[in-house]
Structure formats: structure tokens, C-alpha cells
Design a protein. Structure first.
Length: 256
């Protein structure tokens, strides 16, 4: 009987443990069921309100105000190197306007300078042609002189023969005089050609000097033609324009 009582007591010790486990499990299940997550969706950000304004590009002019004396770091003045009538004036050529480098500001009538250039170039070509002709004349004269010298040598021999015949009284004095005149004429022809050849070098130097002068005139005409256009050397702010369209300007006159 005692053994049965002990068994019953041992069995009764596990009852509180089992009850505690069951109670804990029920508590956890209830807490999971009644738990609520945070408001809103996970990872979302609050929306921002943005106001926009539509804009458009408008022209504007920069104005700078200051006190004191303002001086440019670099100044440039356009002066006419050639005379003539103004046939082009840039519309932006007004006081205070900024003009980019390389912009054509003024143009002077270039008609007379174009004609001068054409005339100088024509003179160069004419002089070149005369030099070529003189070279050909020297070659022709040299060849002709050789022939005339051969004829003179033949005439000299004929004159010597005639002199011998006259001494022997085998030839009349009249025939001797005729041969002497022919020989003299041949000598004159040779001397004339030799003098002509001697003059060719000086004539050639004269033509070369003329050619050099004509080339100088071409260069001068090209410079004058270039000076008819007044171009801004760099970006500049216009202070004052002293000429108007169709105005006649002279050499050395201030333009801009």
C-alpha cells in the first residue's frame, strides 16, 4: 500500500510544471495575435509639395555703377591710312557698345586702290615680258655677231688678195677700192653688233630695277586695299565714333 501511495505522489509533482508550460504557451499565442504593426507602409517616405514657376529668356543689358575714375587697361584708336568715302558703317558702332574681335567696323571705298593694284600687277607682267624679250635679243645678236665676224674674216682675206693683185698690177685700183669699201662696211656691222651686245646688260639692269619698283607698287597697293577695312583687333568697348556713312575721310583722320 505504501508503494502505491508513493507512485501517486510522484505523479502529482509533474502537474504544476505541465500547467505552467501550457499557460506560457497560451500567453505567447495571445500576444502574437493581438500585436499591431506600425502605421503606414514599410519603407514609404512622406510626400513633399513642390511649387514651380515657368520662366522665359528675355534680353537684358548689363549696367555697372561705381564711383571714381575708370580707365581701360588697353586702348585702341582707329586712324585712316587711306583716303576715301565711307561705304560701310557697323550698326553697333555706338558709344558704350561691346564689339567682338575681328568685327568689321568701317569700310572705305576701295575702287581706286583696286585699280592701282591692277595697274601695278600689269606693269610687273609687262616688265617680265620685256626681260624675256631682251634675253632672246641677246641670244639672237650673239648668233648674228658670229656670222658677221665670219663674213668680215672673208672680206679681210679678199682685201688682202686684192692688195696683192694691185701690187702686181693684175687688178685695177677701182676694184680694190670696191673691196676695201665692202670690208669697211663689214667691220662697221661687226662693231655695231658688238656695241649692241655691250648695251644689253645695262638695259637688263634697268628692266630689273623697274620690275622691283613695280613689285613694290603691288605690295603698296595691296596694303592700301587692306587698309580700306577697319576691323576690331580684339573685343572692344566703343567710346566714340567720329565718322558717318558716306563721309569723306583723309589720311591720318581719326575714325573710332
Amino acid at each position: 500500500m505504501n508503494s502505491e501511495v508513493k507512485k501517486a505522489i510522484l505523479k502529482g509533482r509533474w502537474i504544476p510544471i505541465v500547467l505552467a508550460v501550457i499557460t506560457g504557451a497560451v500567453f505567447i499565442a495571445v500576444m502574437v495575435v493581438i500585436r499591431q504593426g506600425p502605421d503606414g507602409e514599410e519603407g514609404s517616405e512622406p510626400a513633399l509639395t513642390v511649387r514651380t514657376v515657368e520662366t522665359m529668356t528675355l534680353p537684358f543689358t548689363i549696367h555697372a555703377k561705381g564711383f571714381g575714375v575708370a580707365q581701360p587697361a588697353q586702348s585702341w584708336r582707329a586712324v585712316a591710312n587711306v583716303a576715301g568715302r565711307i561705304i560701310y558703317r557697323n550698326a553697333s558702332l555706338e558709344s558704350g557698345r561691346i564689339i567682338d574681335a575681328g568685327t568689321l567696323l568701317l569700310e572705305i571705298d576701295s575702287t581706286r586702290y583696286e585699280l592701282a593694284l591692277a595697274s601695278a600687277e600689269a606693269e610687273v607682267e609687262v616688265t617680265r615680258t620685256e626681260i624675256q624679250q631682251l634675253d632672246q635679243e641677246r641670244a639672237n645678236t650673239t648668233a648674228l655677231l658670229e656670222l658677221e665676224r665670219e663674213r668680215l674674216a672673208l672680206a679681210e682675206r679678199e682685201l688682202d688678195r686684192a692688195r696683192t693683185l694691185v701690187q702686181r698690177e693684175a687688178l685695177s685700183a677701182t676694184r680694190y677700192d670696191e673691196q676695201a669699201r665692202a670690208t669697211l662696211q663689214q667691220r662697221q656691222a661687226v662693231v655695231a653688233l658688238e656695241n649692241q651686245l655691250r648695251l644689253i646688260p645695262s638695259r637688263l639692269e634697268n628692266l630689273k630695277a623697274r620690275l622691283s619698283r613695280s613689285r613694290t607698287l603691288v605690295d603698296q597697293a595691296q596694303e592700301d586695299l587692306k587698309d580700306t577695312k577697319i576691323v576690331a583687333p580684339y573685343a572692344v568697348r566703343i567710346h566714340e565714333s567720329e565718322v558717318e556713312l558716306h563721309q569723306q575721310v583723309g589720311v591720318g583722320q581719326s575714325l573710332v
